[in-house]
Design a protein. Structure first.
Length: 512
């Protein structure tokens, strides 16, 4: 399967996003999909009416019963268009008999006909060609949560089809001139043959509007489940990364070969020794890998068997002894130095090349620092006078306490908020609270503790209800700001800044 040619963004979606992707696919490939639909559905509609002449009420029921076969040409077009391989009409007509008469057609019209998730299960039989036990195992692997969404898709599609039928009837009734003596109920009358034919045409129009979108949404749910289970998005990302690395590697190899060719004559050759400490470790890893492959191959799960086959690909055969080189002490007698009047021209050239390389590296570092300075100018400059210098210094992600918090920390945090730095203001409040808990309340707050661990520690060792309430309000607000980038209301931030000194002002220790 050539994932590089896929005409959709591969990523893990929830079921409703996947359904919306199916609707977008139906709109994108509207013309070929509907051409394939009408190429099969319209002749079948006519043939059923000719076969049921005089009993036209049977035609819509037969049309409904044959819908699983009508969905197959539509899915055929979607599957080829998705992978940038739209078939021509010769290929379509050659594949049509197999789509309609083979590939479990009898099962689709008998015991599987009333499957409410048939749009989701159709690709398993048609595209993967699985039958029997393998098909059942595959559906169990794919079912949750895609099957539930496919069942709701069937219910919604049925009601939408009925609503479109009534909408079409209402549109025709609105367009009838006033001098024609016809009531709306007359358009719903199927007592005679022509009334039945009229309602059958309306039903066929509603079916044609809904069914391709229904198949597309079920196919998108199927693709989404495979993306979740088989990590298509990661595989595609790795393939793109490998292609970029290969291109960069070719450029680097060309530069390296050029550099080696230029400086080879002037670089002295130093001995190396092979590191033979690794083969035993690699041999053990290879044995573990082979055992895992045998275990997956003997499993009854189709997914595990497919994984075992995938691990046999040449690109994934990493069990090989790799040689690496290390420096060793060379005890050989050093050659006698050349006399000063006999310089080596290659050595001078190598020295010049080395100097140019060091100059280029320094220039690159200067460019990177300048770019970072422009992107984040505040990161390399001293903080303004509004920052409280006596407040404790913190390392992001750790609770490292340099000293007790200052009593004016709440006012300083509010000034940061009013100056457009809400994240820094809440960070100052939260870290100052941890400093107060550690220095004034004596709580054992360790570096690396999470916010939830700090809350549990405070709840277990403090009895001050007001302080506990303050921390239970401050912590979720800080988490939402730091991790989800959701700022609190200004009133809540102001309340926290005003209330902070009452709990953590210097000298007002709280009993444990």
């Amino acid at each position: 399967m050539a994932l590089e040619t896929i005409n959709a963004e591969l990523r893990r979606r929830n079921v409703w996003e996947a359904t919306d992707l199916g609707m977008a696919m139906a709109r994108q490939w509207f013309r070929p999909v509907y051409t394939a639909w009408f190429a099969v559905a319209l002749p079948l509609f006519v043939l059923l009416h000719l076969a049921c002449w005089g009993h036209w009420w049977l035609a819509p029921w037969l049309m409904w019963w044959l819908k699983p076969l009508l969905d197959r040409p539509v899915l055929y077009m979607f599957s080829h268009a998705l992978f940038a391989d739209p078939p021509d009409w010769r290929q379509f007509w050659r594949a049509l008999p197999g789509l309609l008469c083979r590939r479990q057609a009898l099962a689709a019209l008998t015991w599987r006909r009333l499957d409410s998730a048939r749009s989701f299960t159709l690709p398993v039989g048609q595209l993967e060609g699985l039958t029997g036990k393998a098909r059942r195992q595959r559906l169990r692997d794919l079912s949750y949560p895609g099957r539930g969404a496919a069942m709701w898709l069937t219910v919604v599609g049925l009601h939408l089809e009925i609503a479109l039928d009534f909408a079409l009837i209402a549109l025709v009734w609105i367009l009838i001139p006033d001098f024609v003596a016809l009531e709306f109920s007359d358009l719903l009358d199927d007592s005679d043959a022509w009334g039945q034919l009229w309602l059958n045409v309306v039903g066929f129009c509603g079916l044609s509007l809904v069914e391709p979108f229904y198949v597309a949404a079920g196919f998108a749910l199927y693709l989404n489940r495979r993306t979740w289970l088989e990590a298509w998005d990661l595989e595609l990302g790795f393939r793109k990364l490998a292609a970029r690395l290969a291109q960069a590697g070719r450029v680097a190899a060309m530069l390296a070969v050029s550099g080696i060719g230029l400086g080879l004559s002037g670089i002295p050759v130093t001995g190396f020794a092979q590191d033979d400490a690794g083969p035993s470790r690699i041999h053990w890893v290879c044995e573990q890998r082979r055992a895992r492959e045998a275990e997956l191959a003997q499993s009854n799960s189709v997914v595990k068997q497919a994984l075992a086959e995938t691990l046999k690909e040449p690109e994934l055969q990493i069990c090989a002894v790799r040689e690496r080189w290390r420096w060793r002490d060379d005890d050989a007698t050093e050659p006698a130095p050349r006399p000063p009047h006999d310089p080596r021209p290659g050595q001078w050239f190598a020295t010049i090349v080395e100097a140019l390389l060091w100059f280029a590296m320094g220039l690159l570092i200067a460019v990177v620092i300048g770019w970072l300075w422009r992107r984040a100018p505040g990161a390399f400059r001293r903080a303004g006078p509004h920052v409280v210098k006596s407040s404790p210094r913190w390392v992001q992600g750790r609770h490292e306490i340099a000293g007790p918090p200052d009593a004016g920390l709440g006012d300083a945090a509010w000034r940061l908020w009013t100056e457009g730095q809400p994240r820094e203001a809440l960070r100052m409040l939260y870290q100052g609270s941890l400093a107060g808990l550690a220095t004034q309340c004596g709580l054992p707050i360790r570096p690396g503790m999470t916010e939830e661990e700090c809350l549990r520690l405070v709840a277990a060792q403090l009895t001050d209800a007001e302080l506990l309430g303050f921390l239970h309000r401050l912590t979720p607000i800080w988490q939402a700001t730091a991790y989800a980038h959701r700022l609190p209301d200004e009133a809540d931030a102001r309340s926290l800044c005003v209330e902070w000194p009452r709990h953590f002002a210097k000298g007002s220790a709280r009993p444990a």
